[in-house]
Ligand binder design. Structure first.
Ligand code: NAP
Ligand code: MG
Length: 404
């Protein structure tokens, strides 16, 4: 019996809901605990426990992440009206991801896991494209008015001393619509620092694009803040690593992204990131193969899968039916967190373990053993379709045969 890998600092472990909660335990039992003397500080973010603690557990888990620096999170239910009844909730608790993001002030980076046999719809994308989405403001915190008829719309800013700045939006001759949006220098600066830091961390070029030719103050401010921070704080490190910061217009960026081979980070404003991340995920194959990490400007990391709790599979599981749920993105959340913990604590075995487990996941699918949804998009001739647990066991078998 080999000795287990030792850890020095605990990971913050955020358990979650439904099918991903079932996978969570399987992954720990089959792939983590046999090899690592796992140290975690456990927070149960399952909806029942969030309800019992009036959602305090979510806040506590985010605070613990600030303290220790690395967290791994299972998918969680964001309650809606149906969940209020299903779980007899005291309140419609907010999205845990939103709460955690607000506390850590982070930016979310999403990247696809590439596997031979799962061919992106864009043929020349041979390397992953990571989307960095700004998660504050713009149209997600807007104020809107439905204009009923003739009248004047103005934009007014009142300074603390009462001074007003006014701009005419439009003289309406008939009915129409108006929208007011904002962002803050602080939030844009945090976003920029998270992007530059992550580019350095992963040694990839950073692209950023807005519509600054049309939006000469709003979008142009994003462009200026990125450039100022880059020149003052990151330029030298980028040069040393041989990576590039590149700004262009959003339309030009879209054309270049499609023609590219991938292998860079694409920083997007809030709305662009929402739309483009779904486009990129779909073009690479499927949402169940997207990893996601929240990075704060202070260097705190929270890893998770990009998909949700896979509710439909969970109901089948509850009825005793077999499920074939893909656990790869959740395994990559664990390996991402363990690797980062290993880097921060200088534990090489932990980093090697994470790399090897990632390779085992990829090799298993490349060998033709996969879950149902993967078999539908794979070019593999005769895939062996496995149930949720057997797939994880197949990954373990591959892991055992891999050379270090
Ligand atoms: P979802 O859980 O991502 O699942 C949507 C569908 O995608 C599934 O029904 C399944 O399709 C397929 N799918 C997703 N992940 C899969 C996997 N690992 N393996 C196989 N198939 C997979 O999204 P949802 O149904 O919209 O949301 C369910 C719950 O998750 C909601 O309560 C939502 O609030 C929550 N959610 C949480 C997070 C998070 O914590 N980060 C993110 C998104 C959603 P088939 O059913 O066709 O097989
Ligand atoms: Mg979206």
């Amino acid at each position: 019996m080999m000795t287990k890998i030792q850890m020095t600092t605990p990971l913050v472990e955020m358990d979650g809901d439904e099918m991903t909660r079932i996978l969570w335990k399987m992954i720990k039992d089959e792939l983590i605990l046999p090899y690592i003397d796992l140290k975690t500080e456990y927070y149960d973010l399952g909806l029942e426990h969030r309800n019992e603690t009036n959602d305090q557990v979510t806040v506590d888990s985010a605070e613990a992440t600030k303290k220790y620096g690395v967290a791994v999170k299972c998918a969680t239910i964001t309650p809606n009206a149906a969940r209020m009844t299903e779980y007899s909730l005291k309140e419609m608790w907010k999205s845990p991801n939103g709460t955690i993001r607000a506390i850590l002030d982070g930016t979310v980076f999403r990247a696809p896991i590439l596997i031979k046999g799962i061919v992106p719809y864009v043929k020349n994308w041979t390397k992953p494209i990571t989307i960095a989405r700004h998660a504050y403001g713009d149209v997600y915190k807007n104020t809107e008015i439905k204009v009923p008829g003739k009248g004047k719309a103005e934009l007014v800013f009142t300074a603390e001393d009462g001074t007003e700045t006014r701009e005419l939006i439009h003289n309406f001759e008939g009915s129409g619509i108006i929208q007011g949006i904002h962002n803050t220098k602080e939030s844009i600066s945090s976003f920029a620092r998270a992007c530059f830091g992550y580019a350095i961390d992963t040694k990839q070029d950073l692209w950023f694009a807005t519509k600054d030719t049309i939006s000469k103050k709003y979008d142009h401010t994003f462009k200026d803040i990125f450039q100022e921070i880059f020149d003052a704080e990151y330029k030298e490190q980028f040069e040393k690593l041989g990576i590039e910061y590149f700004y262009t217009l959003i339309d030009d960026a879209v054309a270049r992204v499609i023609r590219s081979e991938g292998g860079f980070i694409w920083a997007c404003k809030n709305y662009d990131g929402d739309v483009m991340s779904d486009m990129v995920a779909t073009a690479y194959g499927d949402l169940s193969m997207m990893t996601s990490v929240l990075v704060s400007p202070s260097g705190v990391y929270e890893y998770e899968a990009a998909h949700g709790t896979v509710q439909r599979h969970y109901y089948k599981h509850l009825k005793g039916e077999e499920t074939s749920t893909n656990s790869i993105a959740t395994i990559f959340a664990w390996t991402g967190a363990l690797r980062k913990r290993g880097e921060l604590d200088g534990i090489q075995e932990l980093q090697d373990f994470a790399d090897k487990l990632d390779r085992a996941c990829i090799r298993t699918v490349e060998d033709g053993k996969m879950t149902k949804s993967l078999s539908l998009i794979s070019t593999c001739e005769n895939p062996v379709i496995l149930n949720s647990l057997d797939f994880i066991r197949a990954i373990r078998e591959t892991f055992e045969t891999l050379q270090d």
